[in-house]
Design a protein. Structure first.
Length: 217
């Protein structure tokens, strides 16, 4: 499978994943591993039908939202049940991310939208420095551009697109530590302004896997 989908969203735009749902999702959406149903509810607000599937869902059915208990590695739905399947901040938690993506593609008619945490190339995991923006012990892995592309290439789709998004904002950590807000914001702005390779400050990857011909993702 080749990379041929051009991502049309600005990587530093706020609420990137919500914007991606609005742009790429079809009329029916399955949110895999969504827990509280944040993205399923957003899809519902856009006029789409929405279903949340999680091994331990933390929200109830309301306002048209359907909630189903299920495992990302064994989704309790027939093939091609939904236009779009969301795997947003999920694959880094599961034992077999490739198998979970294959399963998501199985139940999708149109495409699968994925976001994963990017490997932190600035510090080591033990450093404790401000750029260490991932501290979730439930994460089994982080992704480099190479490993994320390899994951998408192995999906049973027609083609895919990928990009990095959501810039690191160390000012949040400086202010949490008690630093002056004005100086923290200035340092943050200068960091972005003078960084030569700004893509290094983007902390997540987003991908679209198209599973059916005729989909204009």
């Amino acid at each position: 499978m080749e990379q041929s989908i051009e991502i049309k969203l600005e990587p530093t735009a706020g609420h990137f994943k919500e914007a991606a749902i609005a742009l790429y999702a079809g009329d029916s959406v399955l949110d895999v591993g969504g827990r509280e149903g944040k993205y399923a509810k957003h899809a519902l607000s856009l006029g789409k039908s929405a279903t949340l599937c999680d091994i331990e869902p933390k929200c109830a059915e309301e306002g048209g939202l359907k909630v189903v208990t299920g495992d990302a590695l064994d989704l309790p739905f027939p093939d091609k049940s939904f236009d779009t399947v969301l795997c947003l901040d999920v694959l880094e938690h599961v034992e077999d991310d490739a198998a979970a993506l294959v399963e998501a593609c199985r139940v999708a008619r149109r495409n699968v939208l994925i976001s994963v945490p990017r490997a932190d190339g600035h510090t080591t995991s033990a450093s404790g420095l401000a750029f260490r923006h991932y501290r979730d012990e439930s994460h089994r892995r982080y992704y480099t551009e190479k490993s994320f592309r390899k994951l998408l290439e192995g999906a049973p789709g027609i083609d895919f697109g990928m990009c990095a998004f959501s810039r690191v904002r160390p000012a949040r950590y400086y202010t949490d530590a008690g630093g002056p807000k004005i100086l923290a914001r200035l340092a943050d702005a200068m960091l972005w302004l003078f960084t030569w390779r700004k893509e290094n400050l983007l902390r997540n990857f987003f991908g679209v896997v198209r599973v059916a011909a005729g989909d204009k993702s």
